[in-house]
Design a protein around this ligand. Structure first.
Ligand SMILES: Nc1ncnc2c1ncn2[C@@H]1O[C@H](COP(=O)(O)OP(=O)(O)O)[C@@H](O)[C@H]1O
Ligand SMILES: [Mg+2]
Length: 252
């Protein structure tokens, strides 16, 4: 199983949209067995798959309740080969609880849990909160790869620098972590986006995926109908781009 953490300290850059659609395309088009982990208290990925609730245990319980088996917190989505660990507001308390419990290793809980299902999935995609809290650190310690969705503006370029610093710090805990690439999302063909993308392509600090994701109103609509983009509108720009992105990711 390859663990991929979708990360950016900023909100609104399409972390959740990328995690959902990457997971769905890997499962449906490429026949991979995929586990999607919602690691954000907002629970957007969980809501998207109609699995947001307070009855089923999710990521918060996995991280805090000792002896929770990871299989107990995995739920099936309506799509074959695509399972989910859900999140809700309990993750706020969970983050405090983990830090206060000094009797166990705080950063490796998720990594150890994922080792139990290593052979049951091909990919684990983790949708993170726009934050560096202990549950996000758990996700980075468990990850083999990081993908950073970015929306082009000055703030995201500033954020990228901070992210690289955080990323270097995490490498002390997880030396083999691979910065797989930045993914430009919500791309519109205007001067800012074209020049911003050029700027990214001409620097050597971060790898950039050649595929960018076009801004398409269909993406917003798809969140209302709670359908992954290739189910909602297979022919729209973002659907084609996400399919190409996953191909590029897989090296096909
Ligand atoms: N390619 C796109 N085209 C248009 N809107 C998009 C696109 N990608 C994301 N969005 C919209 O941008 C907003 C933020 O996306 P989201 O995935 O929730 O970001 P994050 O998880 O980083 O906070 C959402 O309203 C989403 O519908
Ligand atoms: Mg999100």
């Amino acid at each position: 199983m390859k663990n991929v953490s979708i990360l950016n300290l900023k909100g609104g850059v399409a972390k959740t949209i990328t995690a959902i659609n990457m997971a769905h395309i890997l499962a449906i088009i490429h026949g991979k067995r995929v586990l999607l982990i919602d690691n954000d208290k907002q629970g957007n990925s969980s809501k998207f798959f109609n699995l947001h609730n307070y009855e089923m245990p999710g990521i918060a319980e996995l991280l805090t309740v000792r002896n929770t088996k990871i299989r107990e917190v995995i739920q099936h989505t309506q799509y074959a080969n695509l399972d989910l660990i859900s999140a809700n507001m309990n993750l706020v308390n969970a983050n405090l609880q983990i830090i206060m419990d000094v009797s166990r290793q705080q950063q490796t809980i998720l990594k150890k849990a994922l080792q139990q299902i290593e052979s049951e999935y091909d990919y684990c995609i983790i949708d993170n909160a726009p934050d560096i809290n202990i549950s996000v650190i758990n996700s980075l310690v468990a990850a083999n790869e990081v993908i950073v969705p970015i929306k082009i503006d000055q703030f995201s370029f500033d954020g990228l620098k901070e992210l690289t610093e955080q990323f270097e710090a995490i490498k002390e805990l997880n030396p083999t972590l691979n910065f797989k690439g930045c993914l430009v999302t919500q791309f519109t063909k205007n001067d800012v986006n074209v020049q911003g993308e050029d700027h990214l392509n001409n620097q050597a600090n971060y790898p950039i995926f050649a595929t960018h994701i076009r801004r398409t109103e269909k993406v917003d609509e798809s969140t209302f109908s709670r359908q992954p983009i290739i189910e909602y509108s297979q022919r729209c720009g973002a659907a084609k781009d996400y399919m190409n992105f996953v191909k590029e990711y897989l090296g096909e």
